[in-house]
Structure formats: C-alpha cells, structure tokens
Write a protein that binds this ligand. Structure first.
Ligand SMILES: Cc1cc2nc3c(=O)[nH]c(=O)nc-3n(C[C@H](O)[C@H](O)[C@H](O)COP(=O)(O)OP(=O)(O)OC[C@H]3O[C@@H](n4cnc5c(N)ncnc54)[C@H](O)[C@@H]3O)c2cc1C
Ligand code: FES
Length: 278
C-alpha cells in the first residue's frame, strides 16, 4: 500500500507561542511545519489530537482553537504526569508532534436555532472554548448563548483575556464562579452545579453542553435533570485514557463504544445506553 499514510506517524509542528493560563495550565499555539498540510488541515469543534514529545510519549488534548481561525492550532495542557510535564517545558520555536484530528465532534448543525448553555469547570473549558468561538464566528445560526464557567480560585480561570472580551459582548452572557470567597473576587461564589441550580435556566429550546472534572459533570447532570432538561438536550465530553486514538488498541472502550472514535462527545441519552461512566 504505497500510498497509505501511517496513522501513527505524527505531523511535525512548531510551537509559535506559549501562554501561561494558570499556575498549572499552559496554552500552546502550534503550526505544522509543512505549510500545505497546515492549509489543508481540517477538523471539527470538539475533536482532539495526540501531542507527542519525541522519545517521551503522546497524550491527548482537544484542539481548542476553532476551525474558523486557522492561523494556528491551540492546545491547553494541564500538568498531570511525565508527558504533560515535558510539554510544559517547551518554548517558542521548539518542535512537537501532532497526530490527529481524532474522535467525533459537537453536533453543531443540530444545534442551529437553539439557545446554547455552556457549563464548564477548570480545564474542561478547553473543548467548550472551541465550540463557543465557532458559534460566535457563526453567531446568526444560534439563539441565546450563555457560558457558566467555574474554577477553584480566580487564578485557576483559563483564557483570562478572552473572558474579559466575552464579558463585554452583548450577544452572549457570561457567569463566572469560584469555589469560595477571595479578597479580589467580586463575582459569584459557589460550585458550578449549585450556581446552575440558582440560575435555573429554562430547558425550553435549549441545549446544555458541559465539560469539567468528572465530579462536576456528575452533579451538573443531576442539576440539569432537576431543571427539566431531557437526556437528548444534554451533551458532555468524556476523557478516557487513550493510546492509539483510532479504534485499534481497545484501551478507551466503554461497553461497545470506543471513546476515541464514537466520542469523546456524547449526549446524555447516548451515555445512558452504556455502562455507567460518570
Ligand atoms: C479526548 C480527550 C481530550 C483531552 N483534552 C485535554 C485538554 O485539552 N487538556 C488537558 O490538559 N488534558 C486533556 N486531556 C487529558 C490528558 O490527555 C491527560 O491529562 C494527559 O494524557 C496526562 O498525560 P501525562 O502523560 O502527563 O500524565 P500521566 O503520567 O499519564 O498521568 C498523570 C495522572 O493523570 C491521570 N490521567 C492521565 N490521563 C488521564 C485521562 N485521560 N483521564 C483521566 N485521568 C488521566 C493518571 O491516571 C495519573 O494519575 C484529554 C483527554 C482526552 C481523552
Ligand atoms: S485509544 Fe485505542 S481504541 Fe481507543
């Protein structure tokens, strides 16, 4: 098969810019070295890629810049273990491997004309950022857009510059919360699912999209059910440890599904047909 491309072979990229988002999260803006490949690189909001540090290993990250802004691909990386520690050491100009796009994506076509309620926690804001920016770039296709975004403390909020822009926009609503009181914080205080219950959005013509730590997602799903959201109005993304990313190794399976090809995006209705995950 002389023409087949090895799916395990990363494309070589270069780090354009590094942004320190929080004490343990950095964003990396990456371009593929082959300009033609960069121009023809296609992905959908919600898809991920494996980033590799040569000689160390790969880890999965959502592409959190939208396909409507292709100057670079952005990844936000929370330091967790060896690979992420080495990614955090990268400087502008350093090489990095990119293998993707991987997985499915948010069903944004089905959401046209609906009100969108994003609920994010911590680094879980990364996939939501992609879809939010994509929708803001196609603003007329969607109804009201609301983002409820929470972190442990003010310094743990990602995308601080953009958060200011989102706050200033009159075509979306932003609600920020942190887990407890801080002297410099004059906005909401409380865990994301509790704030959601206080805000009590109506489920009428709405889609809720949530991503965050598993415990946040679990209580957010409960809160949405209490508010009357039906299972097919709720979308979430799952983080399962991956290896191949292309449905071959079986590392990421839940029941009959592979998170790397059937996910990471699932509706709550789809998740309820699988063995319990959250
Ligand atoms: C579809 C998808 C999208 C993701 N997007 C992002 C993203 O945008 N930003 C980001 O920071 N992370 C993201 N992750 C998680 C990221 O892949 C892991 O945190 C990363 O692989 C850890 O790499 P490591 O080798 O440094 O850590 P390791 O040394 O392998 O692990 C460190 C610790 O984290 C735990 N861990 C590692 N990977 C996972 C995982 N996937 N799920 C749960 N626990 C894990 C390990 O059990 C261990 O306790 C995503 C994962 C998936 C599957
Ligand atoms: S990561 Fe190998 S099958 Fe999903």
């Amino acid at each position: 098969m002389a023409n087949s491309i090895n799916p395990f072979l990363p494309k070589i990229g270069t780090v354009l810019k590094v942004v320190q988002e929080t004490p343990n999260i950095k964003s990396f803006q990456v371009v593929l070295n082959d300009q033609e490949r960069m121009k023809s690189f296609r992905f959908e909001p919600g898809q991920a890629a494996q980033l590799s540090i040569f000689g160390v290993g790969e880890a999965t990250f959502v592409i959190n810049s939208p396909p409507t802004r292709m100057e670079y691909l952005q990844f936000s990386v929370m330091q967790a273990g060896e690979v992420t520690e080495r990614i955090h050491q990268l400087k502008e100009g350093n090489p990095i491997g990119v293998r993707g796009p991987l997985g499915n994506w948010f069903p944004y076509e089905d959401m046209k004309g609906k009100d969108i309620y994003f609920i994010g926690g911590g680094i879980g804001m990364a996939p939501l950022r992609t879809l939010l920016l994509f929708m803001l770039d196609n603003r007329k296709d969607y109804g009201e857009i609301t983002l409820l975004y929470g972190a442990r403390s003010p310094q743990d909020l990602c995308y601080k510059e953009e958060v200011k822009e989102w706050e200033a926009r009159d075509d979306m609503e932003l609600i920020l919360t942190v887990d407890r009181e801080f002297p410099e914080w004059d906005k909401r205080v409380g865990l994301v699912p509790n704030v959601l219950k206080e805000l009590a959005p109506s489920p009428q013509n709405k889609v809720a999209i949530t991503c965050g730590p598993p415990i946040m997602i679990r209580f957010t799903l409960q809160a949405l059910a209490e508010l009357g959201f039906k299972d097919d109005q709720v979308i979430t993304t799952l983080e399962r440890r991956m290896k191949c990313g292309i449905g071959l190794c079986g590392r990421c399976n839940i029941g009959t599904k592979y998170v790397c090809i059937d996910g990471p995006v699932f509706s709550l209705a789809q998740l309820k047909e699988l063995p319990p995950e959250l």
